[in-house]
Design a protein around this ligand. Sequence first.
Ligand code: HEM
Length: 333
Amino acid sequence: MKTMMIAAVAVGFGGFLLPLASNGQGTPAEAQVNALEGLFGKNATSRRSGAKGVCASGYFVGNDAGRGLSSASVFNGSKVPVVARFSIGGGNPKATDKGRSVRGLALQFSLPKGESWLMANISAPVFFVARPEQFAPFLQVRTPDPATGKPDPEKLKAFNEANPETTLQGAYLAKAPVPASYATVNYWGTNAFEFINAKNESTFVRWQFVPEAGTLGLTDEQLKTMPDEFLADELRNRVAATPAGFDFNVQLADKSDQLTDPTKVWPESRKVVSVGKLVIDKVEAGSGGACEAITFNPLVLPAGVKPSADPVLQARALPYAISLSRRLTEAQK
Ligand code: HEM
């Protein structure tokens, strides 16, 4: 940052001030969004990550265990309205639904007194980078070289060897079945957060949304016969018949657990507590809807929930705002 000239211009978006670099290279957050565009293309009006998706809505009801861990009003036991967006990982709005990428579940809880809680979760317990500085280079070494039409194998190998933790998510996804439905896969937050209760007691947690329908993937035989596009309609048909439920579970950290690296999963032996139930009871007919103007910045938190010091979590607000700003500006043209 020392060598980077920050222009005296700032763009306000959703309450954030975005410093703009004047040297053409961009800020680290701009470099992250540019790297997404480099790999997936600059798909005007689309999210630069989680580009293909469907907007839905429903409600959340918190329980006693949630109230015991956090004073957040989301757990007060009444129905809290929720906007949800299910998505396919990556910045390609035409991505196949049969890929071994992550699926996303982004949520906006609208709480009493004008509070909001935003989050964006993925169908893997592990994120692909341990530190935000790895994000742009991770994508750049996977971006095809214009001369060969392929990523440079030497650069990819060198990056993987120097950053072995960035191969963990790919290894998880290679073994996991391709989800049969957006409503039959687990979604993890991967970043740690701090829950604070009414007695001011603190508990560090990582959350997961576990489908009531159970987890269900497609077999290789089914994959051969399925069309590339089925997830949004499957969810519409499913929810039209019966609302789709998810348990909001939190895994409680032990003192020895890593709070600042989303590539390090906590042992399965850690206590997992259900803090309430999410119900999706409406799916938008098209690809738009209330989600378009929302960026699910996971640092928008209610009183009773605080971010951990995880640098990956801390780095998310700015690139989300930049992507929102680019896609909404494009949509106005
Ligand atoms: C340095 C780390 C990260 C960067 C730079 C980054 C960047 C982005 C950007 C630019 C978007 C598009 C936002 C928009 O247009 O509204 C996005 C969306 C998304 N991100 Fe991240 N992200 C990071 C970490 C994570 C993590 C840790 C998770 C979850 C474990 C995650 C899950 C998602 C999901 C599910 C979406 C789609 C949300 C939606 O449906 O609107 N991201 N990310």
